[in-house]
Design a binder for this molecule. Structure first.
Ligand code: PEP
Length: 250
């Protein structure tokens, strides 16, 4: 019922030239049409990526945005700018934004509301630190994040949000949560959505797992009942790896 979604988060990698080379390679490969495919590129590559992918079924996302439409916000990018480019997804609240740039739940909530208002689908990230996991606080952490980040998101809009569960200790470290641990947290998130919305809506929301997903572990993760996709950093930067992630069923 829920269409799988594989999103490659390029982070601060790839110039425009490198973007065009990588995307040409990706589009030359045979990719599963039944899987929703997203490349989440740096702002500077967004225009070129949308243009190059205009005849393909690969969608383009950005990695952040500010919530205001315009104004004196030096260095920021607005939802109007992304929407005008044809950007369909935006990552909001990635742990690197939270931890390195000090984004809090209030700011993240404003961004989620603003993205939805401008017809951009948020990929909302949540997840616990290693210390929180070791103290068995992962559910409490994710529950608090999601309650605050989804404040005032309507029942009509919640199914446009993709939630990415990304334990911070598994991002870029090579340590993946076991598929059972990942499923347990994604199930916890779906149950929380049932509590915040209702069962029917919660069953429609797509939940991704992110954290050192690679071609060799993606199928095991994607087999899990409550995991509908993957948000992938490092492994998405090579065309054959990205294709192998998308083609997890093969
Ligand atoms: C990410 O950037 O969201 C991520 C999960 O990175 P990696 O796949 O490299 O762990």
């Amino acid at each position: 019922m829920r269409k799988p979604i594989i999103a490659g988060n390029w982070k601060m990698n790839n110039t425009v030239t490198e973007t065009l080379t990588l995307l040409k390679e990706i589009t030359s490969l045979d990719l599963d049409k039944e899987v929703e495919k997203v490349v989440v590129v740096p702002f500077t590559s967004a225009y070129s990526a949308v243009d190059l992918l205009k005849d393909s079924d690969i969608k383009v996302g950005c990695q952040n945005m500010y919530y205001e439409e315009s104004g004196a916000y030096t260095g920021e990018i607005s939802p109007l700018m992304l929407n005008d480019l044809g950007i369909e997804y935006v990552i909001i609240g990635h742990s690197e934004r939270r931890e390195i740039f000090g984004e809090d739940d209030n700011l993240i909530n404003n961004k989620v509301i603003s993205a939805l208002k401008h017809n951009i689908n948020p990929i909302l990230c949540c997840g616990e630190t290693l210390e929180e996991r070791e103290n068995n606080k992962q559910e409490e952490k994710v529950r608090n994040q999601l309650i605050n980040d989804l404040k005032d998101v309507s029942a009509e809009d919640i199914t446009k949000v993709v939630i990415a569960y990304e334990p911070i200790w598994a991002i870029g470290t090579g340590k993946t949560a076991s598929s059972n641990d990942a499923e347990e947290m994604c199930k916890f998130i779906r149950n929380l959505l049932k509590e915040l919305y209702n069962e029917e809506l919660a069953e429609k929301v797509r939940i991704q797992y992110g954290g050192s997903v690679k071609p060799n572990n993606v199928s095991e993760i994607m087999e899990k009942e409550n995991i509908d996709g993957a948000l992938v950093g490092g492994a998405s930067l090579k065309a054959d790896n990205y294709a192998a992630l998308v083609n997890f069923r093969r």
